[in-house]
Design a protein around this ligand. Structure first.
Ligand code: CP
Length: 346
């Protein structure tokens, strides 16, 4: 599957608008801004309540989580219901996958149940793109995290949370700290911050957990945490992804916390009004101490809440784009018919 990762733009339709949502790679600032602005429209500014709207009434959405999830799966399900869609979530543990049914056969059978949209999380990088290449043209695929490749809706809810607290991302210094190497979230966050032209993107972690970044990407790498978070506006902590490590890459969790754990003392090195983020799940005492995770600068639980509205925005934009494309095709057909009629008359 991973050989197909080099063509992210299968997610755009012929009008250059989102048809699937697989990765942020290759998207433009206007695609991301549309998601952020649409998210805003779903949140009541006075109460922060997320509205229920009829935008996806009659549409069928299927959630396929082949990997565990608490936040992404639940917020997608809530978002789908707030959009008034019909929602099904396949329980992989009790599905025919356990009898050896292939991913493609699973897809085609579920599509035969008249799915309009699939939300998929899978351990294999490229799984969502593979799905997108095999669904019917009118069906949409959203990536809820594939291997180490991408987690684009997480990155968008992170950008929304940053924008809510800090305004324009353009002015900000952002440090991402922890197991950068194995994190699909970090890949997507870097893409989002880069597209939105953040002033400075820093990644902080040990050499063993740091990928090579092409110079052109403009990412600043730090192995010393105190230097890496000095004077930043935003600190994003990410957990050790033990499930993706094939060998021991750090001496111990205790040692990791000593060098890279976010403590109140360390947090004081960032700007006084810096916000602390984490995509979850958090490991208290490994990458972050409880006093910080639960402290006044933490926006970790707000990220979770905004995840509902951001996912509503992504799904509603995709369905609206599909309607716009149908309209475009209808207008083209009508114009061709008129031209043909005119030719026959003359
Ligand atoms: N942030 C995130 O992807 O969390 P879950 O694994 O709980 O979905």
């Amino acid at each position: 599957m991973s050989s197909r990762l080099s063509s992210p733009n299968i997610q755009l339709n012929e009008l250059g608008k989102l048809h699937h949502f697989l990765t942020l790679e290759g998207l433009k600032a206007h695609h991301l801004t549309e998601i952020l602005d649409t998210t805003e429209s779903f949140i009541n500014p006075n109460t922060n309540e997320i509205k229920k709207v009829p935008l996806l009434r009659g549409k069928s959405i299927m959630n396929l989580f082949f990997e565990p999830s608490t936040r992404t799966r639940t917020t997608f399900e809530i978002a789908e219901k707030r959009l008034s869609a019909d929602v099904s979530s396949l329980d992989i543990q009790t599905s025919a996958t356990k009898k050896g049914e292939s991913l493609l056969d699973t897809l085609w059978n579920l599509q035969a149940m008249q799915a309009d949209m699939f939300v998929i999380r899978h351990a294999q990088s490229g799984a969502a793109q593979f799905f997108a290449q095999h669904v019917a043209p009118h069906v949409h695929v959203l990536n809820a995290g594939d291997g180490q490749h991408a987690h684009p809706s997480q990155a968008m809810l992170d950008m929304f949370t940053i924008r809510k607290h800090k305004g324009d991302i353009f002015d900000l210094k952002v440090a991402i700290v922890g197991d950068v190497l194995h994190s699909r979230v970090v890949r997507s966050q870097i893409q989002a911050l880069s597209i939105l032209e953040a002033r400075e993107i820093r990644v902080v972690g040990p050499k063993t957990l740091m990928p090579e970044y092409p110079e052109a990407l403009g990412v600043h790498v730090y192995h010393d945490m105190d230097e890496g978070i000095q004077d930043v506006d935003v600190i994003i902590m990410v957990r050790l992804q033990n499930e993706r490590m094939t060998s021991a890459l750090i001496p111990s969790e205790k040692e990791f916390f000593k060098l890279y754990g976010l403590t109140e003392t360390r947090l004081a090195l960032a700007k006084p009004d810096a916000i602390v983020m984490h995509p979850g799940p958090i490991n208290r005492g490994v990458e972050i101490e409880s006093a910080v995770a639960d402290g006044p600068q933490s926006v970790i639980l707000e990220q979770v809440t905004y995840g509902i509205a951001v996912r509503m925005a992504i799904m509603s934009i995709i369905m609206s784009n599909a309607a716009q494309l149908s309209q475009h095709h209808a207008e083209q057909t009508s114009q061709q018919t008129q031209e043909q009629d005119a030719k026959e008359t003359s």
